[in-house]
Design a protein. Structure first.
Length: 116
């Protein structure tokens, strides 16, 4: 994929991060909770994982943060060294790391949403 396309996707992920993080923090602070202690209670956290809107928000936040973070790491590593083999290694390594991070995060969300 072209670098310009990857950068455009990164800009979209930054926008998604801003929106979902603002909503996530609002849900933790004042939307649907009566106070700070209520927001941190186990039952409140568990009820958020049962709500489809909250789970969707967390999933988008996970995907956007993972892409944005690993895209930045990939760019740092590509600036550190150059060469075709290094470029290929860094790209494959960051893709592998993305699969692991998304797999673990989505597993957690799905297990909590499914009630396991």
């Amino acid at each position: 994929m072209k670098e310009s396309t990857l950068q455009l996707v990164n800009y979209i992920m930054i926008l998604a991060l801003l929106v979902t993080l603002a909503l996530h923090l609002a849900m933790q602070a004042f939307l649907g909770v009566t106070g700070y202690a209520d927001a941190l209670s186990y039952q409140t956290a568990l009820s958020r994982y049962k709500d489809a809107l909250s789970v969707s928000l967390l999933t988008i936040l996970l995907i956007a943060a993972t892409y944005h973070g690993l895209f930045g790491l990939r760019n740092i590593l590509l600036e550190w060294r150059s060469g075709r083999s290094w470029h290929g290694f860094v790209t494959v390594a960051t893709l592998g790391l993305a699969v692991v991070m998304l797999g673990w995060g989505l597993r957690t969300i799905v297990l909590a949403f499914g009630g396991v």
